[in-house]
Design a protein around this ligand. Structure first.
Ligand code: ARG
Length: 462
């Protein structure tokens, strides 16, 4: 089969070359973007008098027919056509002849692939944002119901201070909010048209790039053509944004795995989102969060892979850049399915509030409160208060009790300055509610955080 670029070749390539060189098996995913870009290009060429209106109409009609053929699975893809751009163009020439041969005027595959891929990345960025919003909605719903549900806050995976479940979940809302902001800032920065740069240096044809930008929904036109056909920063940004997002998902997944173990039992994942073992009949495994955690491997790999592909490339286009697409497709699809299943797993899990509360009753979670009491009520310097409290903890351990249930007498045996009013300070509820500082875990502070996130969500919906 003769290629669209075969003029200067005396000998045709081999099947092996086609298999190695072609991007068609994966870039056919970009057919809608390719067709949309070509219609905009042809429309502009006609407006500028480079094509006749009739030719542009024929091109648009032909392209719409090709889109339908692909939509319906009737299009015959042939790897010899190398990529989606040449597959569509070859078919267009088959369909409409002469006018089809004029479409590639003032264009190169270098700016064509850039505009196709950028349209894909821009669109998927907004899709990811949308799904992420649905995860946040579920987290907010659970948070609103659990502002008084105690659970042990941890550092080093050791009991630290009592917090409430809403406060814990709002930490993830905070992360996902930043992820959305990152995605949206990438969207804004990258909403720039690459088409019209041709191979690398622009074109002598009197094109109107601003017009194409408008037709395709870009805010502006790229400034330097040499940069434009070499630039894949927009692809790196979505890879980084997804890697960061999935790192957050993975941390959450790790907690869900721990929380669903017998040792914690803070949550029970719904049967609909759990799996069994092929040998151990009793097992119910947290495969969903484990896979969420595991999928960070591939999204991190995709980011590093593209950074590595790009790092030594001279300007402008090099075929190495064809390696940009599969990783991005994979990261986007991984993010979307991961967020969808995370949302459903969260929505359907059972929260075992009694287990969370029970876990707070070990580990002397209110130790910091005793130290704070000694500072506030007895005017003892914090370092000394810390030491006295440490002795109180040791005393509680020797009695086989938790600090929060020691009697006043037992506490006074450690330090006589401790007053009758101490017990109120050491209850778990008091400890959690005492942390009223901005961003703290008290119910009031948590409520305030819910209000802040709700205002942000409502402003986005408005
Ligand atoms: N299939 C190519 C890619 O994805 C399209 C651009 C090819 N340009 C070229 N001059 N060979 O990068």
């Amino acid at each position: 089969m003769s290629k669209l670029w075969s003029g200067r070749f005396a000998q045709s390539g081999t099947q092996l070359l086609d298999e190695f060189n072609a991007s068609l098996p994966f870039d056919k995913k970009l057919y809608e973007e390719d067709i949309r870009g070509s219609i905009a290009h042809a429309t502009m060429l006609a407006k500028q008098g480079i094509l006749s209106g009739e030719e542009a109409d024929q091109i648009a009609k032909g392209l719409m027919q090709i889109k339908q053929e692909i939509d319906e699975g009737k299009f015959e893809f042939n790897i010899a056509h190398e990529d989606i751009h040449m597959s569509v163009e070859t078919r267009l020439i088959d369909l409409i002849g002469e006018a089809g041969k004029r479409l590639h005027t003032a264009r190169s595959r270098n700016d064509q692939v850039a505009v196709d891929f950028r349209q894909y990345v821009q669109k998927q960025t907004l899709v990811i944002v949308h799904v992420l919003e649905s995860v946040i909605d579920v987290l907010m719903q659970i948070a609103k119901e659990h502002t008084t549900t105690l659970l042990p806050g941890m550092t080093h995976l050791q009991h630290a201070q009592p917090i409430n479940l809403a406060f814990h979940l709002l930490a993830y809302v905070s992360m996902f909010k930043r992820d959305i902001e990152r995605l949206e800032s990438s969207y804004t920065r990258n909403n720039v048209l690459p088409l019209g740069c041709a191979a690398l240096a622009g074109t002598p044809h009197p094109i109107d790039r601003e017009y194409v930008a408008k037709l395709l929904g870009f805010d502006s036109v790229s400034v330097n053509c040499l940069d434009t056909v070499s630039d894949r920063d927009f692809a790196l940004e979505i890879l980084f944004n997804v890697a960061t997002l999935m790192m957050h998902v993975s941390r959450f997944a790790e907690e869900l795995i721990l929380w669903s173990s017998y040792e914690f039992k803070f949550i029970t994942l719904s049967d609909a989102y759990s799996t069994g073992s092929s040998i151990m009949p009793q097992k119910k495994n947290p495969d969903v969060p484990e896979l969420l955690r595991g999928k960070t491997g591939r999204v991190n790999g995709n980011l590093i892979a593209l950074l590595t592909v790009l790092k030594g490339l001279p300007l402008a286009y090099n075929k190495d850049m064809q390696e940009d697409k599969e990783g991005v497709f994979d990261s986007v699809e991984t993010a979307l399915i991961s967020l969808n299943i995370l949302r459903e797993a969260l929505r359907t899990m059972t929260i075992n509030t009694d287990r969370m509360r029970k876990a707070c009753e070990v580990g002397h979670l209110s130790a910091t409160d005793l130290a704070d009491y000694l500072v506030q009520k007895c005017n003892i310097p914090f370092r000394e208060a810390h030491f006295i409290t440490g002795r109180a903890v040791a005393h509680a351990e020797s009695l086989g009790k938790d600090l929060s249930v020691l009697s006043v007498r037992e506490l006074q045996s450690v330090d006589a300055r401790i007053g009758e009013d101490v017990c109120a300070y050491l209850s778990l509820e008091h400890s959690m509610n005492a942390r009223t500082s901005q961003g703290g875990t008290s119910v009031a502070s948590t409520q305030r955080q819910i209000e802040i996130f709700e205002a942000w969500i409502n402003a986005r919906k408005a």
